[in-house]
Write a protein that binds this ligand. Structure first.
Ligand code: PEP
Length: 251
């Protein structure tokens, strides 16, 4: 039985005060559930403070990105070693906005995935097709290739604890959601790709989220699908009520 995971990607939103208020409020309202893991991924500047604030609660904290090396002359970057030192359990890697605006490629994502595992961080590896790729009928091909490249050199034992977020690029921040059936079909293909790269055991252990305009009202249907184990949520994760409601729906 795979534990569901609902992760909020805050992107570059919220002041420190707003972030602290969110955590203070939400940690007391989360349902006690062993069915779902609740995570927020704030801007890196807030990771340390929010980690302390969320201690002894059900709320996990994750980073939105990181560099692939431990240290070096990389102005502005945060390293996996630094995240590990703060005991940050999760890191989003290869989000489509990182691919689009910060030149991340399947190769750089793969380096980061390997670096995350070497520091015992759990990567949330984002994959997804563009509208053009979908219209050309290349969704499965695109996503399978992204998965294959991201997991190059990753051991089965590591892959089992990874999280893959299937996020069709055309659905992120647009209000357009893939239908639950369409999303599940792609998540199933991703699981089958993992099965081919590793084995059945790894394929059934790995958790696959859907992401793209998820909100409390469409989450239940998505979660009712066999191959969808949670959601990566942008906009709707910024509001405390919506976030708590989504955790309740997933519980
Ligand atoms: C995201 O940023 O990963 C995302 C899915 O955003 P939204 O939920 O706003 O579409």
């Amino acid at each position: 039985m795979r534990k569901r995971i609902i992760a909020g990607n805050w992107k570059m939103y919220k002041t420190m005060d707003e972030a602290k208020s969110f955590v203070t409020e939400v940690k007391g309202r989360l349902p006690e559930s062993d069915q779902v893991q609740a995570v927020i991924c704030p801007p890196s500047l807030y990771l340390s403070e929010l980690t302390s604030l969320s201690e002894d609660s059900m709320l996990g904290i994750g980073a939105q990105t990181m560099h692939d090396t431990d240290e070096g002359a990389f102005t502005g970057e945060v390293s996996p070693k630094m995240l590990a030192e703060l005991h940050i359990p999760f890191v989003i890697l290869g989000h489509s906005e990182r691919r689009q605006y910060f030149n991340e490629t399947d190769e750089t994502v793969n380096k980061k995935v390997l670096a995350a595992f070497s520091h015992e961080l759990t990567p949330i590896v984002c994959v997804g097709e563009s509208l053009k790729q979908r219209e050309e009928g290349k969704t499965v091909e695109t996503v399978a290739m992204q998965v294959k490249k991201a997991f190059e050199g990753v051991q089965a034992e590591q892959a089992k604890r990874a999280i893959i977020a299937y996020e069709p690029v055309w659905a992120i921040g647009t209000g357009k959601t893939a239908t639950a059936n369409d999303a599940n079909d792609v998540c199933k293909e991703i699981r089958s790709e993992i099965g081919q790269l590793y084995d059945e055991e790894t394929a059934s252990a790995i958790r696959i989220q859907y992401g793209g305009s998820v909100k409390p009202s469409n989450l239940a249907e998505l979660l009712s699908m066999d191959d969808i184990d949670g959601a990566l949520v942008g906009g709707a994760s910024l509001d405390a009520d919506s976030f708590v409601e989504m955790i309740e729906v997933a519980s």
